[in-house]
Write a protein that binds this ligand. Sequence first.
Ligand code: MV4
Length: 443
Amino acid sequence: MQTILIANRGEIAIRVMRTCREMGIKTVAIYSEADANSMHTKLADKSICIGPAEPSRSYLDIPRVMSAIEVSGADAVHPGYGFLSENSKFAEIVRASGKIFIGPSPETLELIGDKVKAKEVAKKVGIPLVPGSDGPVDFQKAMEVASKIGYPVVIKAAAGGGGRGIRVVNNDRELREKFPLAMQEAEVAFGDGRLYIEKYIINPKHIEIQVLADKYGNVLTLGERECSIQRRHQKLIEEAPSSALTEEKRKQMESLVASFCREIGYEGAGTVEFLLDQDGNFYFMEMNGRIQVEHPVTEMVYGIDLVEWQIRIARGEKLSKERPQKVGYAIECRINAEDPNTFLPSPGKVEELYLPGGYGIRVDTHLYCGYTVPPYYDSLLAKLVCWGKTREETIARTLRALEEFRISGQGLKTNLDLHKRVLSSREFQQGKHHIRFVEELML
Ligand code: MV4
């Protein structure tokens, strides 16, 4: 593997290029017309404009991305996160063109992209599922299941995930009302109207297990990340390890995730998501077949480069036998360009930029002074990732770094203050936060 095309933009494109460069691999950037001045185009060995600003006509347009791969002579593609990263058709087309897709096989992406099928595998290997229907249900069956498990229940789309297509229902009347709406919505959003029913878990934590698996059936789990600090399915703060897990529970979850990966012949980096209820019971949610935004917290505590391992696995290397050891704690804050009152995206020109530094601090960003944040893409500006020996020390360091952080410019607003509020709160400091914490903080 001599040249990798990075089919992405922003901080993750740069993140991937940094590892490529360290490994002696050449990089190709693709960019939209709106990203002509973006940092990722400057840092790559070669950059190719693939289309207009709209993602559907550039970063999401498979023929355009394939053309760029072809003309650049790249022998592999790293999809980053979002965009085409979990698109099984794209992975299939890349493979058919004789290039390497750095990620799971198209068949695996297809399987884990179907939430009903993924749950069947989880059940088979003994991962606890939230009590609910066995697979998709019609309205009649939904009523039966709801009366058996008891309200509140949630209606979920089989093709959904990542926060789309979930509805809470408190009684028969609401179920009758919302079931047809949920089906319509799923049909429109995913072209697949299949629905299933689950018991509603009140105020859970969101825990995910990181995994690496090679082509030879070796599976390495790298503990968990806790991602409970979120708003409207946008994660804000992630940390590793979670103070809500005992070493015994962590081992149990890791071993079940390893079984899941072996069962489906998983290859590459991946993440299995769980809900952890207030009694400490965990339930399988879904598997993600990509590098995640929050992967640096795992890198900080395990001292390994996950992108390096994605590339090594894709080029056929075996995972090494020794397990990396976890040291200390890491917290990531996603710094977004958003209005602190309305939470609406707030793009604009970066006129002043000062990044925090010092021991235990990592900032992944594509920002530079004079750069204009375009309005067409997600509003992530930077990831502040801090490491410390204890959780308390890590929180103190993160607060110190947030104080140092300066981003300002015409029309540009950030969520830096929201991060300070969360990190200063008693609930977060005592680890008593759950997925509805930010919403409650805003009240
Ligand atoms: C749930 C739940 C409570 N009970 N399922 C939302 C996204 C989807 N992937 C799973 N989601 C949820 N499923 C049951 N049975 C609460 C959520 C949920 C959530 C989960 C993880 C992280 C953030 C969340 C925010 C709102 C709701």
